[in-house]
Design a protein around this ligand. Structure first.
Ligand code: FAD
Length: 298
């Protein structure tokens, strides 16, 4: 049995190392969704996250909305905001114009991504003939424009298009060497996968933070569909926990909070101090996780 004194999760917040939180949102499409977005932002902002990030729709489909939401988050709450950006399907000039737009709006954090072809991650990626070749190339391009804090993506179960671990870790290293500050991981449900991945990266000489992306399971059906599309696996034990709960939202919500709490407590006890939470524009589980991690509203 692990001695409670050796567990970070059993220490009071003041005795723990500094914690860094970030929350990911997507740009709302309708008025009702926008209301929920703001309600969640206003509940999570007092937790003093390092930043709130807003995703970028496939191929730039949310370009204006992403910019509008990141700018408003920053002016409305004072919390730092990070804009996601992908380079798929666009020329360098088009992507650079978006970066300059962020710069003019006072946004100095970017989550730089390649993005997926319209047919999905299962299809080969062909860069635009006048476009950035991949995320590493995009990071280098952003660096030329300004002094941004850049985050990039990392994959504890390997990106589906990486032939092997060497290719995958080499790619992460190229993105960081090109000027990214940290990596944020794809969702994962086995902490062992994340810890092994970090060990692989450290063995390859990567020293930048690799922040775990925590996906609370608001809907097991929806998350397992999404996971299969982005190459994250659902362990059998996890599927078993949610089996038969489609029609029982109350038990589903309780199991979801237990699963997410277990995941962050284990990571905290492993020495992890930075967490990125995929909120799906909801605040309840994110608030509970922050509290478990020792962060309360200011
Ligand atoms: P890259 O780092 O370019 O890598 C993609 C693949 O290509 C890897 O397998 C890599 O090994 C391979 N590769 C790259 N360069 C080379 C090379 N020179 N030689 C050989 N192989 C190479 N998508 C969106 O559309 N919008 C978002 O807002 C968004 N946000 C995300 C946030 C996070 C934290 C994460 C983890 C993902 C996000 N995604 C988003 C998804 C992302 O766009 C996809 O996962 C995409 O498939 C890969 O993007 P990347 O930036 O990791 O690409």
């Amino acid at each position: 049995m692990i001695d409670d004194n050796a567990r970070a999760s059993r220490k009071i917040a003041e005795q723990r190392p500094d914690l860094q939180l970030s929350f990911e949102f997507f740009p709302p499409k309708t008025d009702a969704m926008e209301e929920r977005f703001w309600d969640s932002i206003h509940k999570l902002a007092p937790l003093q996250p390092r930043f709130v990030s807003v995703t970028y729709g496939a191929g730039g489909s949310t370009r204006e909305r992403t910019l509008r939401m990141v700018s408003s988050v920053k002016t409305d709450t004072g919390v730092d905001a990070a804009a996601h950006l992908t380079c798929v399907g666009s020329t360098r000039d088009e992507v650079d114009a978006v970066v300059r737009g962020y710069q003019e709006a006072g946004i100095n954090r970017i989550v730089a991504l390649r993005g997926d072809p319209p047919e999905g991650v299962g299809q080969p990626f062909t860069p635009h003939p006048q476009g950035y070749q991949n995320a590493a190339d995009l990071v280098a391009g952003i660096r030329k424009i300004g002094d941004f804090d850049i985050s990039v993506a990392a994959y504890p179960e390997k990106h589906p298009q990486s032939a092997d671990w060497q290719v995958d870790i080499d790619n992460l290293k190229r993105k960081l060497d090109a000027g990214a500050t940290r990596a944020i991981t794809q969702m994962f449900f086995s902490n062992a996968d994340y810890l092994r991945y970090v060990a692989r990266a450290r063995a390859a000489g990567i020293t930048a933070p690799i922040v775990p992306g925590i996906q609370p399971i608001h809907s097991f059906k929806q998350i397992s569909n999404f996971a299969s599309r982005c190459g994250a696996s659902i362990p059998a034990w996890l599927a078993e926990r949610f089996a038969g709960l489609d029609e029982d939202p109350e038990t589903h919500a309780l199991v979801a909070s237990a699963v997410a709490a277990e995941q962050v407590i284990e990571l905290l006890d492993e020495g992890v101090t930075e967490f990125h939470i995929y909120t799906m524009n909801r605040s309840n589980l994110a608030l509970a996780l922050a509290r478990i991690l020792g962060r309360r509203p200011d």
